[in-house]
Design a protein around this ligand. Sequence first.
Ligand SMILES: NC(=O)c1ccc[n+]([C@@H]2O[C@H](COP(=O)([O-])OP(=O)(O)OC[C@H]3O[C@@H](n4cnc5c(N)ncnc54)[C@H](O)[C@@H]3O)[C@@H](O)[C@H]2O)c1
Length: 279
Amino acid sequence: MNSHQLLKGKKGIIFGALDENSIAWQVALKAHEQGAQFVLSNAPVALRKKDIFQLAELTNSQVISADVTQVSELEDLFAETMRLLDGKLDFILHSVGMSPNVRKSIPYEDLNYDYMMKTLDVSAISLHKMLSVAKRMDVINDWGSVVALTYIASQRTFSSYSDMAQAKAVLESIVRQFGYHYGRSNNVRINSISQSPTKTTAGTGVSGFNSFYYYAHDMSPLGNADAMACADYCITLFSDYTRMVTMQNLYHDGGFSSMGISNKLIEQYEQCFDPTRED
Ligand SMILES: NC(=O)c1ccc[n+]([C@@H]2O[C@H](COP(=O)([O-])OP(=O)(O)OC[C@H]3O[C@@H](n4cnc5c(N)ncnc54)[C@H](O)[C@@H]3O)[C@@H](O)[C@H]2O)c1
């Protein structure tokens, strides 16, 4: 896609680029292409993977580590970012998620509750912490834009998504409620993008990911949205063309969320249909 310099003069922070498959990685490339300046941030443990420094070179940006569950680290990150970028921010991408229960394949009925608290803290409450620190430190310019990534399992049951479903429901609720407060005080808009299954480290960690992926692809009239298309959508939300959009959960899923069943899935189901079945 051509650069229209939609983000010329805008400054931001992009959380969550782990490697080139990450959604945040694609957002960083597009934001750079569209003229933005930004800092890349990830957890200290993720920086050990080193890929993010390659992204920093490609996008002429700096990397600052922060564990999003630690308020003091967010305070230091925001202060250092405003110093490096010489001013307040116009956009923040929250592209962060992690569930120890999912990682350790613990069955949903037997969740480890300490792990569940970690899932909620990293994947949802971290958005509240970011927004709260940003508001207190007056980090975001008027009409700035915050985007968080979510998944439709917040609204419907996807049997193996485990406690990430609760985390996404909390995340979307924070988007609506903080969207009110930050909108009233500073005209800051806050939205979540509900993205198709995408082949990333977090995505493929969910058990049965390939079935999620191909089922959604065959259900959706446009097929699955990939990370690059998701990045394009993020750019529009950071731009001045969406100034009155806030507190929304926006589906970016090729039409999946409006479907019941598709002809493709009917055909596939019929192929494996048992003709002797009587129920
Ligand atoms: N991949 C999918 O299928 C899919 C679909 C819908 C939504 N999402 C969401 O998109 C977002 C980005 O995930 P992704 O798919 O690009 O995978 P990813 O694994 O590339 O990104 C997840 C990021 O979270 C970071 N992270 C984890 N714990 C952290 C902490 N304590 N502090 C700071 N950062 C931390 C990781 O280091 C990583 O960079 C997540 O919120 C995910 O739930 C993904």
